[in-house]
Design a binder for this molecule. Structure first.
Ligand SMILES: [Zn+2]
Ligand SMILES: [Zn+2]
Length: 338
């Protein structure tokens, strides 16, 4: 079968791989659509410290069940459309003991610490498979990338009384904007790309700020009547936005960090103390976030074209990755159709 492989930093091609073997608790899936994640782009660029090469990327999955193992519950049948929870959890680390499986010490995400789904077939344990008859094949591929922002909003304990600032309006930030808006908060989206800010408005942002040309501090003062946003979600992974998060957040506010900054960031720690800030990380997502995204897609039926920038064949996927790595610009999501 064909697979897309990142052989080493800067090298990606279509390769031949053997069909995977399945056990009695596994499901064999035939892939329909797989999205490229920002982490796959980092792998291609050689900037993903969790990856060893060669690596098959991909963990944003839409697939159909081809075959079920003997011990798989009867609710799973051949021909069902599914998505996959692409993380593992050990069950024994401190995070797992607190049922925070998303932050497992030994987590292995498909396409990151182990080979992923950019291939014709994959085998996964049935516990990781989410079957859904209502979502479209494209919607199924969008579930996982949207969950990450949903989880950040959950970690930020966002309510209708909050004013939530989201830094970075790519796929992750978009998920955060959607869920903060679903929870009734006032949402301020910040980016340096006007196209992404237009998308943010469509997804529920009440205010948008282009921090490349507008004065962020002055705009926030106006919108929040000098208080600052009560919650800031950092989904840009940029030292400047990390510092701005601490500086702009309201006194007694919360800061949720999802973005991976490539370099260390220094802060004025007195602001943490003075403002009595809660600063929390947010990683991957858990099953309630998957449930919430599936519910959102069903109830709201957002236009798929908002998220999907382009769909390519497996043969065109290497070229699409090269183009994206050179010019991230306005790309929200590239889907590979198998
Ligand atoms: Zn991802
Ligand atoms: Zn664990």
């Amino acid at each position: 079968m064909n697979a897309i492989e990142i052989t080493k930093p800067g090298e990606i091609s279509v390769v031949e791989r053997e069909m995977p073997q399945m056990g009695e608790n596994d499901v064999l899936l035939k892939l329909k659509y797989v999205g490229f994640c920002g982490s796959d782009r980092s792998t291609f660029l050689g900037k993903n410290p969790l990856v060893q090469y060669p690596r098959i990327p991909g963990h944003e999955i839409s697939a159909v069940i081809e075959k079920v193992g003997e011990n798989v519950p009867a609710t799973f049948e051949e021909g069902q459309n599914v998505t996959v929870v692409p993380y593992t959890n050990c069950g024994q680390c401190n995070s797992c003991k607190q049922k925070r499986f998303n932050a497992c010490l030994h987590n292995q995400t498909l396409g990151v610490q182990r080979d992923g789904a950019m291939t014709e077939f994959i085998v996964v344990p049935w516990e990781k498979v989410l079957a859904d008859a209502e979502l479209s094949e494209i919607q199924l591929a969008l579930v996982e990338p949207i969950t990450v922002g949903f989880h950040a909003v959950d970690n930020g304990k966002v309510s209708d009384l909050d004013t939530v600032l989201v830094f970075g309006c790519g796929m992750i930030g978009s998920g955060a904007i959607i869920r903060a808006s679903l929870r009734g908060a006032t949402v301020i989206a910040v980016d340096i790309d006007d196209v992404k800010l237009e998308v943010a408005k469509k997804l529920g942002a009440d205010y948008v700020i282009n921090s490349g040309i507008q004065n962020l501090h002055q705009e926030l003062k106006k919108i929040t009547r000098e208080n600052g946003p009560t919650v800031v979600i950092e989904a840009a992974g940029n030292p400047e936005t990390y510092r701005a998060a601490i500086e702009e957040v309201a006194f007694a506010g919360r800061v949720v960090c999802i973005g991976y900054a490539a370099t260390d960031v220094s802060f004025a720690t007195k602001l943490w103390v003075q403002k009595e800030l809660v600063i929390t990380g947010s990683r991957n997502a858990n099953s309630s976030d998957f449930e919430a995204v599936i519910k959102y897609l069903k109830n709201n039926q957002p236009d798929e074209n908002i998220f999907v920038s382009k769909t390519v064949s497996p043969n065109d996927a290497p070229g699409a990755m090269r183009d994206w790595s050179e010019a991230p610009g306005e790309i929200m999501k590239i889907l590979v159709q198998f």
